[in-house]
Design a protein around this ligand. Structure first.
Ligand SMILES: Nc1ncnc2c1ncn2[C@@H]1O[C@H](COP(=O)(O)OP(=O)(O)O)[C@@H](O)[C@H]1O
Ligand SMILES: [Mg+2]
Length: 330
């Protein structure tokens, strides 16, 4: 039920072991107030998870703070507010984002982009639960849950002194890593269904189209997949989405797969055929090629035979027969 996509909102779609585990984390973290650090590549769902933790707790507002887009000179006043006359242009007292989040959750997105001088203020906020607006003489108390996210390797940033170690430790009390989409390809068909439903689209995909989407390495993760589906639906009145409807990055991937050139997935998974030194040395029995392809597909899908058959472009029964024939069945 948690993977349902009836709502258009923030529910986490997926049935892979990694996503099921993350759902359990969300449940547990909703009941605590300690800081959480969400790690993972861009587009893996860090904000979806942050919102889910907040919604589970069901108190106060969720205030997203995009650390990457805050402009340096105004950053402090955006976050902590300012007193009247604190600087030229500060005609009125202004409340900052932190105060808006009082009683709820402040979500620091791309926390690695926060400059060192603001990091120290955030640490104080986490430790003392208080802050001082720019130009104000007095401090204010707040009760906020801090959830931070980054696609960066913060431990490395600490080593390079671009991120404060004390703040890193304070934030890293609980960290959750969101897996890249290519590490949980079994969720791809579910996500596609969900996005089609959310768009109110009745489109279906051809097998080859689905196979291309499942084997593509998705550097932009779920966000890229979502954009891809939206684009395909917008450009095609349906009812069938075919490989010709795929956007250019996917077309390139499809061509690479078709022509046997090393596609990114093939390089990652070693499914590309061996390079030929001479015509003779290049003659490989087809059965060997087939065994190799089947083994790699099963490794890539972590043993999911239905998905492996889809990627190999053969029916499930054919795959079962070949597994038996080659003695690959376990
Ligand atoms: N597991 C998921 N289920 C459903 N939608 C998801 C999932 N993960 C990401 N998304 C969608 O993908 C997009 C990017 O997610 P987001 O949380 O902003 O990623 P990140 O913060 O890691 O960059 C959003 O539109 C979000 O709704
Ligand atoms: Mg994000």
């Amino acid at each position: 039920m948690a993977s349902s996509c009836v709502d258009s909102g923030h529910s986490l779609v997926g049935e892979s072991p990694q996503i099921c585990q993350i759902r359990r984390h969300i449940d547990r973290l909703s009941r605590s107030r300690s800081p959480v650090l969400l790690l993972g590549e861009s587009g893996t769902g860090k904000e979806v998870v942050a919102r889910a933790i907040h919604e589970g707790a069901n108190i106060g507002s969720f205030i997203p703070i995009d650390c990457g887009s805050l402009v340096a000179p105004l950053m402090e006043s955006e976050l902590f507010g300012h007193a009247k006359g604190a600087f030229t242009g500060a005609a009125e007292t202004k409340r900052g984002l932190i105060e808006l989040a009082d009683g709820g959750t402040a979500f620091f997105d791309e926390i690695g982009d926060l400059p060192l001088e603001v990091q120290v203020k955030l640490l104080r906020l986490l430790q003392e639960r208080e802050f001082r607006p720019v130009g104000s003489l007095t401090t204010r108390k707040v009760e906020i849950r801090v959830i931070a996210a980054t696609h960066r390797d913060l431990a490395r940033e600490v080593e390079h002194k671009s991120f404060r170690q004390d703040l890193f430790y304070r934030l890293n009390v609980v960290s959750v890593r969101l897996p890249a989409l290519r590490e949980r390809i079994e969720d791809i068909p579910l996500l596609i269904d969900c996005f089609l439903k959310r768009l109110g689209a009745r489109h279906k995909l051809t097998n080859e189209c689905l196979e291309t989407l499942v084997s593509y390495p998705w550097p932009g993760n779920v966000r890229e997949l979502q954009n891809c589906i939206e684009r395909m639906v917008a450009m095609n009145s349906g009812p069938l989405l075919q490989t010709a409807d795929l956007p250019s990055a996917l077309q390139t991937h499809l061509e690479a797969r078709r022509s046997g050139v090393r596609s990114v997935a093939a390089v990652v998974n070693g499914t590309a055929p061996p390079r030929l030194a001479s015509p003779q040395s290049g003659i490989i029995p087809l059965t060997e090629m087939e065994k190799h392809a089947i083994r790699n597909a099963l490794e890539y899908t972590k043993g999911d035979r239905a998905m492996a058959a889809l990627l190999l472009g053969i029916g499930r029964t054919t795959l079962y027969r070949k597994l038996k024939e080659y003695g690959l069945a376990v």
